[in-house]
Design a protein around this ligand. Structure first.
Ligand code: FAD
Length: 461
């Protein structure tokens, strides 16, 4: 039997693995690295995660066999070379992945090797929660109420007690690579030090993060979650994204702490992830098209200098720059700050949200097309349930409100670390700080420019 691992690098709550183990036949663990699919920071995560997952399998007597190339060619070749009688995988829901899996299932089954697929990445499959008319939901609140009514109780499947592994795949198989190859390539690129220091991409670390969260911050999650200087959120997003942990496992752990009053708020955030995948399922063009087509005529600016200042954390707005530097160094950014920086790009700089979506896709270790696409379109006002375009976040108000002491800014913008609390949000008002730029554009001018673009769009549509 072949178990084809994808973004489900875990032994626990892994329905495909459990089903393959149940057959009693020896198992070959396979990962296929499709170069075209993996963005940059996420690729570092993947390289490290493959190493660590291979080590976990080796401690049980197995190994991970990694191939490089298009799955549509490689998987049938591995089946043929090993004589595997069936293939097992957990489902993925991105448009390209779904298309490949559908074709592979038909090809393999047609050639006499059944392919079995399983749920696990979500609490509900993205096509399951529908309105009474059978349509996808456009509004999160209604979606989440329906999901809760349907029940959030998907029960995690137990970890297999013992796995019978197949003999190693024959060495001459096309495109087979050393499991450590991706990790070495990424380290050779020389910019991954911050990522290495911030994360250990494996199942044990996912559960350690969950434990830290339920034993501490969960109790005050609703109150504290918007303050980036506190460690008040779970930081589980990359682990969820890469399938080291599942939402069902998280739901169980959170639900087992009845004293934690904020579990409903936290579950609703996980609900946003579910909602995002249901939106992408219904709208595979989420990343390329405005969900509200009236925005197709928006006069976005082409501003290479502004885009670069934003990407580098050099806009002169301390909270925006702190967020963009945290992203570059660690591959992660606090949710409140993601909203602020996204709003800044789209409204203060009037740059198309797709540029921001692409930069996040390259730099986030938790990048996923559904959450990223839905959130960017939400902030930009182009999504189905979005903040209206004319409602602009003021980065100064956000900064004073959510980072009042400037602790988050000090952590990521060392040029400002010596400023007193009262000056840290507006360094330009008191002569600036050495090495830190003046605001790229004054807030009022940016606001006026964005609103006139919005008014012009409305006049045309
Ligand atoms: P917690 O507050 O602990 O929440 C728990 C989990 O709920 C998260 O791990 C995540 O899986 C889910 N979640 C929380 N907030 C959201 C949300 N707004 N939308 C969808 N799911 C959510 N999240 C990603 O996982 N991948 C992305 O590519 C991504 N891109 C984003 C882009 C923008 C512009 C914005 C504003 C948000 C984006 N988010 C994305 C959502 C959110 O910022 C992160 O999920 C969150 O910051 C992760 O931190 P955490 O695990 O500590 O969250």
């Amino acid at each position: 039997m072949i178990v084809w691992f994808r973004r489900d690098l875990r032994l626990a709550d892994n329905a495909a693995l459990v089903a393959a183990v149940k057959t009693g036949a020896p198992i070959l663990c396979v990962y296929i690295l499709d170069d075209a699919c993996e963005p940059v920071a996420a690729r570092w995560w993947m390289g490290r995660a493959l190493d660590l997952f291979d080590a976990a399998l080796r401690s049980l007597g197995g190994a991970l066999h990694v191939f490089r190339g298009a799955a549509i060619e490689i998987l049938p070749a591995v089946v043929a070379a090993t004589g595997a009688r069936a293939v097992y995988w957990n489902r993925r829901y991105d448009p390209e992945g779904r298309e490949t899996d559908t074709r592979l299932k038909a090809m393999l089954t047609g050639a006499g090797t059944p392919a079995h697929s399983f749920a696990g990445a979500l609490l509900h499959e993205p096509w399951e929660i529908r309105t009474q008319a059978g349509q996808p939901y456009h509004v999160f609140g209604a979606y989440w109420r329906a999901a809760c009514r349907a029940g959030l109780e998907r029960v995690p499947v137990p970890t297999p007690v013992a796995i019978k592994f197949a003999a190693p795949a024959p060495a001459g198989l096309p495109s087979m690579i050393d499991v450590g190859a991706v990790g070495r390539e990424m380290r050779a690129a020389g910019w991954t030090g911050g990522l290495e220091a911030a994360w250990q991409p494996d199942e044990a670390s996912a559960h350690a993060a969950l434990e830290r969260f339920v034993d501490g911050p969960l109790a005050n999650y609703a109150r504290d979650r918007d303050e980036p200087a506190r460690s008040a959120t779970s930081c589980l997003s990359p682990f969820l994204c890469w399938g080291h942990i599942t939402p069902a496992q998280i739901r169980d752990a959170v639900g087992a702490r009845p004293q934690a009053s904020d579990w409903a708020k936290f579950m609703a955030e996980l609900g946003w992830r579910e909602f995002a995948w249901s939106v992408l399922f219904a709208r595979p063009d989420l990343l390329s098209r405005n969900l509200r087509p009236e925005f197709d005529g928006m006069a976005w600016r082409r501003d290479a200098e502004g885009l670069r200042a934003w990407q580098r954390g050099q806009t002169g707005y301390p909270l925006v720059d702190a967020g963009m530097r945290q992203l570059w160094r660690t591959g992660w950014m606090h949710n409140r700050v993601r909203m602020v920086v996204a709003s800044f790009l789209v409204k203060h700089l009037l740059i198309d949200w797709r540029e921001g979506e692409r930069w996040f896709a390259r730099t986030l270790v938790d990048y996923d097309p559904a959450c990223n696409g839905v959130n960017w379109q939400w902030v930009a006002g182009t999504g189905i349930e979005a903040a209206p375009f004319f409602r602009m976040m003021n980065p100064l108000i956000q900064s004073r409100r959510f980072d009042p002491s400037g602790a988050y800014i000090r952590a990521w913008v060392p040029e400002l670390a010596g400023l007193p609390d009262a000056r840290i949000h507006t360094p330009w008002l008191s002569g600036g700080a050495v090495g830190y730029p003046a605001p790229f554009i004054p807030h009022e001018a940016a606001r006026e420019r964005a609103l006139s673009a919005w008014r012009a769009l409305r006049a045309r549509t």
